[in-house]
Design a protein. Structure first.
Lengths: 112, 112
């Protein structure tokens, strides 16, 4: 049973904002939303996480809806190096093993 | 300095052989993990250790045996290799169980 749903692929023009959606309608109150990305042939890289407030760091912003059933990862000025598979996962701090498995993610392609 | 390092990066071997993949993290983290990424690109948790103690063993055949000599190392030994074991294996660590994950670059295993 999938905890998150993401579109399989998206394109974005270089220099524009990339908005990656994630649905997690069955999220529990103690579960965080985490985003990772995997650039081809590399290990996954942590991007950001949040519980219910919006979060921002040097890589991205995370917008979580008020009902927490969906979120959007925003890369404000996408570059070619942001082309990667982006994974959204939900888990609690004492998460079960199942919560540690990543789904198929969204393949983001940044176009020149 | 590499935070999470795995060796070897590539491993090609025959069916029935026994092989090991080593992982070391210099982040001072308490928890380490092994993940398997198959051809469909799903990242599946296999094992997790916290302070050298096994805390997650996710329905992995007992041909796979993790060993943690200290909290900075988590090695993966695989006996009697099968074709289906061909995959990329990622090691990861986190400050605590449930924290954000830091991944190594992966070890691509090919069983012929």
């Amino acid at each position: 049973d999938a905890k998150t749903t993401q579109p399989p692929s998206m394109d974005c023009a270089e220099g524009r904002a990339a908005n990656l959606p994630c649905n997690h309608s069955t999220i529990s109150g103690n579960e965080y939303v985490y985003w990772y990305r995997q650039i081809h042939s590399q290990g996954p890289q942590y991007i950001i996480h949040g519980l219910k407030n919006n979060e921002t760091n040097e890589m991205a912003s995370l917008i979580i809806t008020e009902d927490r059933k969906s979120s959007t990862l925003i890369l404000p000025h996408a570059t070619l190096r942001d082309t990667a598979v982006y994974y959204c996962i939900v888990r609690s701090r004492s998460g079960s093993a199942r919560q540690l498995t990543f789904g198929s993610g969204t393949q983001l392609t940044v176009l020149p | 300095d590499t935070a999470v390092s795995q060796t070897p990066k590539y491993l090609v071997t025959q069916m029935g052989n026994d092989k090991s993949i080593k992982c070391e993290q210099n982040l001072g983290h308490d928890t380490m993990y092994w993940y398997k990424q198959d051809s469909k690109k799903f990242l599946k948790i296999m094992f997790s250790y916290n302070n050298k103690e096994l805390i997650i063993n996710e329905t992995v055949p007992n041909r796979f045996s993790p060993k943690s000599p200290d909290k900075a190392h988590l090695n993966l030994h695989i006996n009697s290799l099968e074709l289906g074991d061909s995959a990329v294996y990622f090691c990861a660590s986190s400050q605590e169980a449930g924290g954000e994950l830091f991944f190594g670059e992966g070890s691509r295993l090919t069983v012929l």
